[in-house]
Design a protein around this ligand. Structure first.
Ligand code: PNW
Length: 497
């Protein structure tokens, strides 16, 4: 019996608006769920190093065990089958597959075996794997050898060889590849703000090394070049026999002008989208170079593409992988004519939670930056479609909810996660409307995330899952939240039969 009735809801008219081959499911990342951080030959990653450095994770936790999905992956697949998903997006841990990471370093057969078993288990359950090669965990050995992405000449061949091993070992069964997850968040959180691995920033009160004014732009450039090389390699050497698709996933939230009638605020909102999204999307899907607004502010601190690199990068993604969570109201931080500090990495912006008319960007979650802003998602889908005309795979979207930090067993008040249900109802509804009303080509939706997990430097303090996890228990016991049921029934309504 169905829990939710969509035939008598505002979404009634959206019935069957998504195609039969639309993929839906949940996304995860290896460091956030696997645990087994040093099991069966796995080498340490930069995130293991961060977690074992006092003061770097807000609750002092590590990801040593996380959700123990390394041990319980068969249970996770069974859970997803119950949840009715058709696809699962997960990432591979580079240092589980090549413990030291480098192109001449040994492959760890136990690590390959783990992912091979996971892929087989998914296929047996009728769930299509979407595999991310890089979700932020650089092998620690490469950080120590040459500062990883800060040395593109040494990093790129190492990443390309890692990708080759993955295509060789898994490509017979995996047809959907994502090279990088959110190169922008990776570059800014790890090299500008510094809270993420490898903890580099100009903020000397907190971090001993780094240069916020230059390093994020180098790291972004390295990711673009290495992504593109892997894309070309896959197309030339693997796609002819493996017939898969491959692309990149970008992060990006909607930015709207604080005062919708102010030309300066309108320009600020456009600049926000360019610094956050077009930084990567213009070189890959658009005109083939960084946006003019970035060059104007950053000058020579932003690397340049040689003609050959431009050609390599432009057109190097079969689809637009889209991670998005929220929306902001923005205006200029520094007034026109005054110098913008070289550490600015967001495009000279000031943010507010309400606009000039007092309209809120949305309901608060349990995470400061994240509010329920489906209006922004609706606008963003159309902005990306209009600017890039590339099929969109939504690869992450979701929310935390207040009141979920309780001891096991969680009560019905916790498991009935109305805030998350409202979020998913609104966002996925906007997705279906963009498809139905404006013909935006959207092919997947992955909720973030399957399980409450280790939310990076936030530790276990942010619960994004449709499954509540008891991190105190030996088995990391899983309790389905009601949003999981909601999603199964909602997609049952939206996807054509
Ligand atoms: C994503 N923002 O990161 C990551 O891909 C996930 O691993 C992570 O757990 C999830 O979102 C939730 O945070 C983001 O500030 C981090 O807009 C920050 C932002 C967006 C995405």
């Amino acid at each position: 019996m169905a829990d939710f009735d969509f035939d008598d809801s505002p979404e009634a008219g959206l019935k069957g608006s998504l195609g039969k081959d639309f993929f839906w499911g949940y996304a995860t990342a290896a460091p956030q769920i696997e645990g087994a951080w040093s099991t069966a030959g796995k080498g340490p990653s930069t995130w293991d190093t961060l977690a074992h450095t006092p003061g770097r994770v807000v609750d002092g936790s590590t990801a040593d065990d996380a959700c123990r999905s390394y041990d319980f992956f068969r249970d996770d697949v069974a859970l997803m089958k119950r949840y009715g998903v058709t696809a699962y997006r997960f990432s591979l841990s580079w240092s589980r597959i090549i413990p030291l990471g480098g192109k001449d370093d040994a492959v760890n057969e136990a690590g390959v075996g783990f992912y091979s078993d996971l892929i087989d288990e998914l296929l047996k359950a009728g769930i299509t794997p979407f595999v991310t090669l890089f979700h932020w965990d650089v092998p620690q050995a490469l950080e120590e050898r040459y500062k990883s992405m800060l040395d593109p000449g040494r990093y790129i061949p190492d990443f390309v060889r890692y990708a080759r091993v993955c295509f060789e070992r898994f490509g017979d069964r995996v047809g959907h590849w994502i090279t990088y997850n959110e190169p922008g968040v990776y570059a800014l959180a790890g090299y500008a703000g510094g809270a993420h691995a490898p903890n580099r920033s100009s903020d000397r009160a907190k971090y001993s090394e780094g240069d916020t004014s230059t390093e994020p732009w180098i790291v972004g450039h390295t990711q673009l070049l290495s992504h593109a090389q892997v894309y070309r390699m896959y197309k030339e050497e693997f796609a002819p026999t493996q017939h898969g698709t491959i692309g990149i996933t970008l992060s990006g939230n909607w930015s709207a002008p604080y005062d919708a009638s102010s030309p300066a605020d309108i320009a600020a909102a456009q600049r926000a989208l360019e610094f956050e999204i077009a930084w990567f999307a213009d070189p890959v899907f658009g005109p083939g170079d960084y946006p003019a607004s970035m060059r104007a502010q950053l000058g020579a601190r932003l690397p340049t593409f040689s003609p050959a690199e431009k050609k390599l990068v432009n057109g190097s993604s079969d689809f637009y992988g889209m991670n998005t969570y929220t929306a902001f109201f923005v205006r200029d931080a520094v007034p026109p004519g005054q110098p913008i500090p070289p550490e600015d990495h967001k495009g000279n912006l000031a943010w507010s939670d309400t606009n000039s008319e007092g309209v809120s960007r949305g309901a608060e979650s349990d995470t400061e930056w994240l509010r329920t802003s489906p209006w922004g998602f609706a606008a963003l889908l159309r902005w990306i479609w209009a600017r890039y005309h590339t099929p969109i795979f939504v690869t992450e979207n979701g929310t935390t909810a207040r009141g979920e930090h309780v001891s096991a067993p969680p009560g019905d008040d916790v498991l009935n996660d109305v805030h998350r249900i409202d979020f998913y109802r609104a966002y996925v509804g906007e997705l279906a409307r963009a498809v139905k009303e404006d013909g935006v080509d959207i092919r997947s939706y992955f909720g973030w995330t399957l399980l409450d997990n280790w939310e990076w430097a936030k530790g276990y303090t942010d619960r994004f899952g449709v499954t509540w996890v008891d991190f105190e228990s030996e088995e990391k016991t899983r309790y389905p939240k009601r949003s999981a049921t909601f999603m199964r029934e909602y997609f049952g309504h939206l996807i054509a039969r």
